[in-house]
Design a protein around this ligand. Structure first.
Ligand code: SF4
Ligand code: SF4
Length: 170
């Protein structure tokens, strides 16, 4: 269905580099095994709606989202993928690493519908830490999974973000 352009709010054009630099850059790292079946919808929706682990970003701070998968076990490829993304953003747009936050998707960090947390989680965090990037754990947090974690059906996460959704996703 075609939107009526007149009904849409004005959006700062991303073609203007100064507008791009005003965005907070979020890179969502997803599990290669999970994204074989998951399109990542809930990760992106959490960022758009500032829910789950994305609730800390003010709604008036525009976010610019990138997604990539870890490259498969043991996750080592995440280092070169993220490094290349950072270098490209620096070279093409003058973006500094301090402006980039990496979110490890909830299916990596939490026991959930798809399985237990990634067995290489600490290794992933060490690799990303070597790139001097801020790391946060989680994206979308499902209320159902959160209940299962509090009931002991799933393992609890040590730093549980607020549950704000009832969808069937981690
Ligand atoms: S957190 Fe959910 S939506 Fe995001 S990649 Fe994992 S399963 Fe998919
Ligand atoms: S390293 Fe972890 S996040 Fe990556 S594919 Fe393996 S289990 Fe998934």
């Amino acid at each position: 269905m075609q939107d009526n352009v007149a009904d849409l709010p004005p959006v700062a054009p991303m073609s203007d580099p100064s507008n791009r630099l005003a965005h907070r850059v979020i890179v969502v790292v997803q599990c290669r095994l999970v994204v074989e079946r998951c399109p990542g919808y809930y990760c992106i929706r959490a960022a758009e709606e500032r829910t789950g682990a994305m609730a800390t970003y003010p709604s008036d701070t525009p976010l610019r989202l990138f997604t990539l998968d870890c490259g498969g076990c043991c996750g080592r490829a995440v280092h070169r993928k993220l490094d290349l993304l950072c270098r490209t953003l620096a070279k093409k747009e003058g973006l500094e690493r301090s402006q980039i936050t990496v979110h490890l998707a909830t299916c990596i960090t939490h026991d959930n519908f798809h399985g237990p947390p990634c067995p290489h989680l600490d290794y992933l965090k060490a690799l990303i830490g070597k790139l001097n990037l801020t790391i946060r754990e989680g994206t979308h947090i499902s209320q159902r999974a959160q209940s299962r974690r509090s009931e002991g059906i799933y393992m609890a996460h040590p730093e549980e973000p607020d549950a704000q959704s009832s969808e069937q996703s981690p």
